[in-house]
Design a protein. Sequence first.
Length: 150
Amino acid sequence: MTTIPTPPAPNDLLKLENQLCFPFYAVSRQLTKAYQPYLLALGLTYPQYLVLLLLWEHEQLTVKDLGERLLLDSGTLTPLLKRMEQQQWLSRRRDPRDERSVVISLLPGGRALEARACDIPAQLLDKLGLSLTELAALRTQLTQILTRLA
């Protein structure tokens, strides 16, 4: 008599619903998608918006600084910055003190986008239905996780 082997018991740790990575992945995609209509009205992509957020705050940064803050390598960042330079939102120039370093500076066209983008955070917060306190707590937790993973 042949016996049919019993399939192994499913490993609960390998169920999608028990994974931490999937909600992060899905939320990241959905949040980026939620930004799209607002950014499309400005002619921006999400990565361009992130670059501008830093430049609105700092006026100028090196490519290295941008890459470190955005967790992007120069191979990803350079074509993005070239397209933004063609739009006259920023300029790229070699640092006279260190020829290996490229300085990114905000131009008036990039600065003008700031006024048009100022409502985006509030619109997203409203869409998420989070209070400022909830947002701050969530951002703190996510930053802690990101720091531990980096």
